[in-house]
Write a protein that binds this ligand. Structure first.
Ligand code: KG4
Ligand code: ZN
Length: 327
């Protein structure tokens, strides 16, 4: 089971990849739907599903072509079956099941969030136990990982996910979707002390996150001023600082409480270079590269290889799309 075709369609990226032995990426093709959703300031689920349907076959063909492999040279298929948008997941999952039936090859379902964490350690010697933190558009999840496949949840976003907060604040600042990159760029030119935004503190929930109050503070600030370029960058910098301060606080507490051998970070928000200075320095940190931070299928194929090696039980054709798969 060396050569795995990975398929990813849980949100607004249609992606396929061919990966050898869980780490050698022969191809990784991602078709983003940014232009489709930009006018709405966020992902429209129905539109995303329809676009996945149009793109899934050409994206898989392109991944095979770039890898120089025919379908018959693929040993197994790995697919994300959640969490994410139901209609979107179904497109990738049913495509994967169709390949399984037609090719008579093994199929393995993987968690999109576990795959985001795997992206940071792919091809590296990981250090366990670890704290895993996913910072993405749909999730803010902290887990304690004994190893790649056994982990327990420690905390999560109670309201908006961190990437979602970046996207919503970008909209308030009239910056384009997805909001992370333009906010990072604007924040680099702004003064992070200009607005006293405070990260939420959650009583008795030391490892959870909340970003909706912060977003509301930004909304009030925006409504009180003339939004010129300077004000926009100052708000972006102050918001980003407050959002990342909360990441720092939670991680510091978790490092103190769990004494991990490493931190493993994943998800689109980890593209942000400013985030690095907020991560505790006491333990080594594994970061994904930028293309592996955002949704992609190489992380799915890579993790699928390890899951298959563990000889999973059960009928893969019975695998259900699971929009709320926990991490
Ligand atoms: O992991 P991802 O590609 O998709 C999900 O699984 O959600 O994450 C997308 C999120 C978006 O909310 C986007 O605004 C955010 O990642 N993002 C960033 C940056 N680049 C992408 N957030 C902050 N700074 C960035 N540079
Ligand atoms: Zn993701």
């Amino acid at each position: 089971m060396e050569c795995i075709l990975g398929i990813e369609s849980t949100c607004d990226e249609t992606a396929a990849a061919v990966v050898l032995k869980g780490e050698e990426v022969l191809s990784s093709v991602t078709s983003r739907q940014i232009d489709l959703h930009r006018q709405f300031g966020g992902v429209v689920p129905e539109l995303a599903s329809r676009r996945h349907l149009e793109l899934i076959a050409p994206v898989i063909q392109e991944a095979l072509r770039e890898a120089g492999r025919s379908l018959h040279e693929i040993d197994a298929i790995a697919v994300s079956y959640g969490p994410g948008l139901l209609g979107a997941i179904l497109v990738g999952l049913n495509t994967a099941k169709a390949f399984k039936i037609a090719l008579k090859k093994p199929l393995i379902g993987v968690s999109h969030l576990e795959a985001h964490l795997y992206a940071a350690i792919m091809g590296k010697k990981a250090l366990f136990p670890a704290l895993g933190l996913v910072l993405s558009g749909g999730h803010t999840s902290l887990v304690f990982m004994e190893d790649l496949s056994s982990w327990k949840p420690l905390g999560a976003a109670l309201d908006d996910a961190i990437g979602e907060a970046f996207d919503k604040v970008a909209r308030l600042l009239s910056l384009p979707y997805p909001g992370g990159p333009p906010i990072e760029e604007c924040a680099a030119r702004g003064n992070k002390q200009a607005f006293p935004f405070k990260p939420a503190t959650l009583k008795d929930r030391p490892f959870d996150f909340s970003y909706s109050g912060l977003k509301t503070s930004v909304m009030h600030a925006v409504s009180r001023l003339e939004l010129d370029a300077e004000a926009r960058c100052n708000i972006a910098a102050s918001f980003q600082h407050a959002a990342f301060e909360s990441v720092r606080t939670v991680l510091e507490r978790a490092v103190f409480a769990y004494k991990p051998a490493s931190l493993i970070l994943g998800g689109g928000v980890t593209c942000n270079q400013a985030l690095r200075s907020y991560i505790p320095k006491e333990v080594p940190t594994f970061w994904p590269t930028s293309p592996m931070s955002i949704d992609n299928a190489a992380m799915v194929a890579g993790l699928g290889y390890h899951k298959l090696a563990a000889k999973p039980a059960g009928d893969p054709l019975a695998l259900q799309a699971t929009p709320r798969l926990p991490l």
